[in-house]
Design a protein. Structure first.
Length: 151
């Protein structure tokens, strides 16, 4: 995978792009969710810059990711950890986690790949405290605890 500077808009956009693609496809619902959340501006990018980061990620995934029997790209755990490590600013991590949850919940279904991405972020960024546990088992999605964002 290509390298982006630590805490750069591109490094954050790549993680958000990975969240959007984690279920194996990019839907209009996910793109609309990004627009409605003003995700590009929150990360310091314009829509075209975000699209370029997403294209670059797709290129890197096709060249380096593991393909499953069904032809689905799987990102190796070490590669996902390396991507997560490029964002270490606490506020950017919270913003990015909220945006990832927004895009993942857009189609009202949380896929295994999406769960893995969120769990990796929560674990690596030590953000377990931001989830409301009662929301996890329900099909209503993930909920970030607003008070946790202030820690």
């Amino acid at each position: 995978m290509r390298h982006y500077p630590r805490n750069s808009p591109e490094a954050a956009a790549r993680i958000l792009s990975l969240a959007a693609l984690a279920d194996g496809s990019l839907s209009m619902l996910e793109l609309e969710a990004l627009e409605e959340a003003n995700a590009y501006a929150q990360l310091g990018l314009h829509r075209l810059q975000m699209q370029e980061v997403m294209r670059a990620l797709c290129h890197d995934l096709l060249n380096q990711a593991e393909l499953t029997e069904g032809g689905v790209c799987r990102v190796a755990p070490a590669a996902m950890s390396a991507l997560m490590a490029e964002v270490d600013d606490p506020q950017l991590r919270m913003t990015l986690l909220q945006l990832c949850v927004t895009v993942i919940e857009a189609d009202q279904h949380i896929d295994a790949g999406e769960s893995l991405l969120l769990l990796t972020a929560l674990e690596q960024w030590d953000l377990h405290h931001v989830l409301q546990p009662q929301a996890l088992p329900r099909d209503s999605g993930l909920t970030l605890a607003p008070q946790a964002a202030m820690h």
